[in-house]
Design a protein around this ligand. Structure first.
Ligand SMILES: [Zn+2]
Length: 452
């Protein structure tokens, strides 16, 4: 049986307060670019003030401010930051069945851009924070809420700026952020994704020089466009070195039903065909785990030549989206590129801004508290640690505060990953009233469990 708090939280009634706050947040358009997060920061400052809590609007650029509120518990203890970003990705309103900034609450859903990424967590964390404040902050330690700017595009003036410029406000022992909490249910067993780390980025541009001249005479030396084409094919077909330390064993255990396939996915000699086998039967799980075996190299932009069809291109360039595991560096990437292209050659590699991946351990008070609270809500459910193949602001916290334990976890109760996953950055973004209400109840309960 689920604990009483969880049964209450799973009702539409309890979700109402959080859903209504979410609706108001959605109505403030924070499409990034340009962001305009200050409007939400001011709204939150006033909302907190109306509930008797003074928060702070902070940041570098006037239109791109963050909001931070701190709540001192009744007893000393560690510091937990609950964080979510206020900006949202652009949308095409004509593709939506409801206006994307209406915040409409209808048929059990809150509709709009940011409903699921990630104003839902801004709302849930706010409701949890203010309930805890109203109840006398009866916990051990400090709770900090950080609603941040600029996650979706620049990472310039949000979480990264806060940890680097205002560590006094956000330095913490534990960070609860977006990036996890979706669940998959197989055979009545529910598995939650607990994001414990993020891959890094090491994007780069490869430039190939070629002979110039009239294209009516085929170049006998170097044709830049042909060199680039060969390189793209080689990069796509290259199999980077396999690593197993970020492969999510518990997730594989719970999501892959075939025991033989499970074993092959953990066997260095058999894993490549095993991944193809998995992809043939379960694309979603394959997408979750395949990038966690190592570096990925994905060409995304090509440029070559000018306007004239009869002029040989002097150079050609391809931009490659490259993701690395924690611990992997530009040197590791360069080695893979050289291996793919047959050694150093007539190409030049230019880095476009590298961010190292990082992660946090499990088997500590934070992960145990999450395990406890989620199992109270859904008996038998487990939180399976995994790395995010993309990027979240948790990275900046781990880089700035080496001892912090940072997880992505905003759990759902009503709709599974197959329903919620495809909505991210998509048309008709929405969340159930039950889910956003549950996220608020979860955060409130987690604070009591962790800050005991
Ligand atoms: Zn997000």
């Amino acid at each position: 049986m689920a604990a009483a708090w969880a049964s209450d939280a799973a009702s539409d009634e309890s979700g109402r307060e959080t859903a209504e706050l979410l609706s108001r947040l959605i109505q403030i358009n924070t499409t990034n670019p340009p962001g305009n997060e200050t409007a939400v920061a001011h709204f939150l400052r006033d909302y907190f003030a109306a509930h008797g809590v003074e928060g702070e609007v902070v940041g570098e650029w006037p239109e791109r401010q963050n909001f931070v509120a701190r709540l001192q518990g009744s007893r000393p203890g560690p510091t937990l930051v609950v964080m979510a970003h206020m900006d949202v990705v652009p949308c095409e309103p004509e593709q939506w069945s409801q206006p994307p900034f209406s915040g409409l609450i209808k048929d059990g859903y809150v509709w709009g851009r940011g409903a699921d990424d990630i104003k839902n967590l801004v709302a849930a964390e706010t409701v949890a924070f203010l309930r805890l404040a109203a109840a006398g902050a009866d916990f051990a330690g400090t709770l900090v809420l950080a609603a941040t700017a600029d996650e979706e595009v620049g990472d310039q003036c949000g979480a990264r700026w806060l940890v680097q410029n205002r560590p006094d406000l956000v330095r913490c022992d534990y960070l609860l952020n977006e990036g996890g909490g979706e669940y998959v249910e197989i055979g009545g067993q529910r598995t939650y994704m607990l994001t414990v780390g993020e891959k890094g980025t090491a994007q780069f541009k490869l430039t190939f020089q070629g002979e110039t001249g009239h294209a009516s005479v085929p170049p006998h030396g170097r044709n830049a466009v042909a060199e680039m084409a060969r390189a793209i094919k080689a990069l796509v077909e290259h199999e980077p070195e396999l690593r197993f330390d970020c492969v999510p064993e518990l997730l594989i255990e719970r999501l892959v039903g075939d025991a033989g396939l499970r074993a092959r996915l953990l066997d260095p000699a058999l894993v490549r065909p095993a991944l193809a086998e998995l992809r043939a039967v379960d694309v979603e799980t394959a997408d979750l785990i395949e990038p966690l075996y190592g570096i990925t190299l994905v060409p995304t932009i090509v440029r070559a030549g000018g306007e004239a069809v009869n002029v040989l291109a002097s150079h050609a360039e391809v931009t490659v989206d490259c993701r690395t595991l924690p611990g992997q560096t530009e040197d590791d990437v360069r080695r893979e590129v050289e291996a793919a292209l047959g050694g150093p050659g007539a190409w030049e590699l230019e880095w476009l801004g590298t961010v190292a991946g990082n992660d946090s351990p499990v088997g500590n008070d934070f992960s145990r508290a999450i395990d406890t609270v989620i199992a109270e809500a859904v008996p038998g459910a487990v939180a399976a640690p995994m790395h995010c193949v993309g990027f979240t602001d948790s990275n900046w916290y781990r880089a700035a505060f080496p001892d912090v334990i940072a997880y992505g976890f905003g759990p759902y109760i009503a709709e599974d990953y197959l329903a919620t996953g495809p909505r991210c950055h998509n048309h008709d973004e929405r969340i159930t009233v039950r889910d956003v209400g549950f996220q608020a109840a979860f955060v409130e309960r987690l604070v009591h469990e962790l800050l005991r």
